[in-house]
Design a protein around this ligand. Sequence first.
Ligand code: SF4
Ligand code: SF4
Ligand code: FES
Length: 273
Amino acid sequence: MMKDVTYRIRLYDPNRDSEPHWEAFTIPYAAGMTVLDGLWKVKELHAPGLAWRASCRMGVCGSCGMLINGRPGLACNTQVADLRSPTVTVAPLPNFAIIRDLVPDLMPMIERHQQLRPYIVRDDVAERENPTAEFFQSAHELEQYLQFSYCIKCGCCMAACPTYATDAAYSGPMPLAQAHRYNADSRDGGFAERKAVLAGEQGPWKCHYAGECSRACPKGVDPARAIQLMKRQLVFAYLRLYAQPCPSKVLPKPTEMKRRPDVPEAPAPTIGT
Ligand code: SF4
Ligand code: SF4
Ligand code: FES
């Protein structure tokens, strides 16, 4: 059983430092300690000014994403014991500017997410504004997007994506997976509005399907698959590879489309289910 654990932390205070630097702090280990618990101990014993984001402490709010021993993850649901090392190396999520210490600036991700209208868009404005009934959905229709709706917007997938690392114009896995979450929802009619971003160079065509985003996701979401399904839906709709013609402006829902027998099945999930 470990007695102590050493935290190597990448620190940066823009008011004081010209560039980030590393410092090490040793704290007592306690059974069941998470990486987030350890950060609180470091703050209490050694570095009162240390900054990070956290709120729920239960893997729900998405605010404590950071690079832990070289991999993006949530500090609150990573057990120190599971790292199997007496040293915990912690840095802010890569691919984002640093505001201070372990606090990344997630605004580029949030703005791209916002551009893709991550909510249900209805064509029938009168019904949307003054609903007269519920919008029913079958279990099969729910399955088309449910997995992708578990996203907590933590940014770990963005930090893991090699394409986003080299091309900031790319929207990245979180916003694209969330665009697909709504495109695939039988109650939504917003594809025409999202298309401007999806069809441009910010869209899914830059994804190389490396799958690192899905491997990094702490909630078991599979953004890599969402992006491939989105590509498939776009291509098939426009090349009219489906048996029925594409309705004028709105992308047909997967449940409304019948695949031609000569067109292959969708790719399997990138991560285990
Ligand atoms: S699958 Fe696409 S979005 Fe995911 S890490 Fe690879 S390039 Fe990025
Ligand atoms: S897809 Fe996963 S890793 Fe990416 S923001 Fe959502 S929860 Fe975080
Ligand atoms: S503190 Fe909310 S996800 Fe970690």
